[in-house]
Design a protein around this ligand. Structure first.
Ligand SMILES: *[C@@H]1O[C@H](CO)[C@@H](O)[C@H](O)[C@H]1NC(C)=O
Ligand SMILES: *[C@@H]1O[C@H](CO)[C@@H](O)[C@H](O)[C@H]1NC(C)=O
Length: 248
């Protein structure tokens, strides 16, 4: 079980036999101008991908398990395999994984990336709103998640940004799935176990969008890319986010 979780979270080999968002569809080009495609190299020397989203002109928010070296961020992309004129590729100057994150149980799976330069705001590249601290998502809320992650378990990585609609679940669903390591204060349980839809390898770090704000960050899937999954509860980290942005 632990091995499966780690495998799942530990993202996508670029070009490996993998899948993307499961049960979703292509997004309308550039309808999510905050989306960031993150490339990085892990200790094994291989390339991986994650999602993320622009929160300031020079800061991207993603998951802490998307940490690596030679990190770069592509903004304004639709087809990630093609050098579109709308794209801005910016190296990461510094990564700030949450100090409470660890590789074993993945608590506080959140990380800020400071970009080497400010992104140019365009029709295709725009920061996204963080959630308000006093507005909480509830079971039954319908949200969506977008990413360039795998489309199926034995699928392949898509070129085009995909999205899927997912329903927020009761915390109990994830307590069961994650053997009580799920912490409802810092995570959101998302994805109806009866419906075959989920975020998957390579979607990690992307935003869970509820009521047009980034309520969550894709963290871990329960098993084999099925629902539910645990998403970092962004509203629990607002003061940490503001502190890092202000300090640097
Ligand atoms: C994306 O770009 C690649 C590289 O040019 C191309 O082969 C592929 O067909 C494109 N995908 C779509 C769906 O247009
Ligand atoms: C996670 O594990 C990798 C080695 O597998 C290590 O390089 C990295 O620093 C660890 N990250 C954290 C935040 O513990």
């Amino acid at each position: 079980m632990a091995a499966v979780l780690i495998l799942l979270t530990f993202l996508l080999l670029l070009g490996a036999d993998a899948e993307e968002i499961i049960g979703g569809h292509e997004v309308k080009p550039h309808s999510r101008p905050y989306m960031a495609f993150i490339k990085f190299v892990k200790d094994d020397g291989k390339n991986y991908r994650c999602g993320g989203f622009l929160v300031r002109e020079n800061f991207v928010l993603t998951a802490a398990h998307c940490m690596g070296s030679a990190m770069s961020v592509t903004l304004g992309a639709h087809n990630i395999s093609f050098p579109e004129e709308t794209q801005q590729i910016i190296p990461v100057a510094k990564a700030f994984p949450h100090p409470g994150f660890n590789n074993k149980t993945f608590p506080n799976d959140i990380m800020l990336l400071k970009l080497e330069r400010k992104a140019l705001k365009t029709e295709y590249v725009r920061p996204f709103s963080l959630p308000r601290s006093n507005v909480h998502v509830k079971p039954g809320d319908v949200c969506h998640v977008a990413g360039w992650g795998m489309l199926a378990l034995k699928g392949k990585l898509p070129d085009i940004l995909q999205e899927v609609e997912l329903t927020v679940q009761k915390d109990q669903e994830c307590e069961f799935c994650f053997r009580r390591r799920y912490n409802k204060a810092t995570a959101i349980c998302v994805g109806d176990p009866k419906i075959k839809r989920a975020s998957f390898l390579g979607d990690s770090g992307g935003p869970l969008v509820c009521k047009n704000r980034a309520a969550g960050i894709v963290s871990l899937a329960c098993n084999d890319g099925s629902a539910p999954g645990t998403y970092t509860r962004v509203s629990s980290f607002l003061s940490w986010i503001q502190k890092i942005i202000k300090r640097s």
